[in-house]
Design a binder for this molecule. Structure first.
Ligand code: IMP
Ligand code: MG
Length: 180
């Protein structure tokens, strides 16, 4: 896998460090309200981040599952986001935190947020490990961001290309010739 990467952007140690910081930021915001927190991960890209993040949260929480898919094929072009599988828990009057791997154009997260807001949660916040400021609208509502990155296609730590590379522990830039 490593030879398919042009370079490493964030080594695993740096990711772990930032995930712990993010969990601390999240804990500060929710404080005592955290008893009823429902975390909604956007599958599948967020699974590794989710697993690490929630183990750093010092309070009770539940996971609400829903599946949104955007890309029919490979990289960031084409394909509208679609709701594949609806949420399995009732979020009405509950505090909801959406967790995703990356905020790129924001199309996927906007659909998730709209879906969830319509069910009248007590609050709705969003947490992403990565954000591409070159693509994401300036005013896109996201409360917790791990790292801002350049507009390159990245893989590893849950992020995929054609469903591959999710298990690579670091985050790296995929060699462009592999998806050109
Ligand atoms: P958006 O709808 O354009 O914001 O794209 C969000 C989704 O696209 C993310 O949840 C990822 O699954 C995928 N995505 C966007 N950029 C990348 C990337 O650089 N590497 C891997 N997946 C990406
Ligand atoms: Mg994703």
């Amino acid at each position: 896998m490593q030879r398919d990467l042009a370079r490493i952007l964030f080594p695993r140690e740096r990711i772990q460090e930032r995930v712990r910081e993010m969990a601390a930021e999240i804990s500060t915001v929710y404080g005592e309200d955290s008893q009823g927190l429902i975390i909604v991960p956007v599958l599948s890209g967020s699974i590794i981040f989710l697993a690490d993040l929630i183990r750093c949260l010092p309070f009770m929480m539940k996971i609400g599952l829903m599946t949104i898919s955007r890309y029919r094929g490979a990289t960031t072009t084409g394909g509208e986001a679609r709701l594949i599988q609806d949420l399995n828990v009732d979020i009405r009057q509950r505090h909801v935190l959406v967790v995703d791997d990356i905020l790129d154009t924001g199309n996927t997260l906007r659909i998730v947020q709209d879906q969830l807001r319509g069910r009248q949660p007590a609050s709705l916040r969003t947490c992403v490990l990565l954000r591409k400021p070159a693509k994401a609208p300036k005013d896109f509502p996201v409360e917790f961001v791990g790292f801002d990155i350049e507009d390159a296609f990245v893989v590893g730590y849950g992020l995929d290309y054609n469903d591959l590379y999710r298990n690579w522990p670091d985050i790296g830039v995929l060699r462009p010739e592999l998806y050109a």
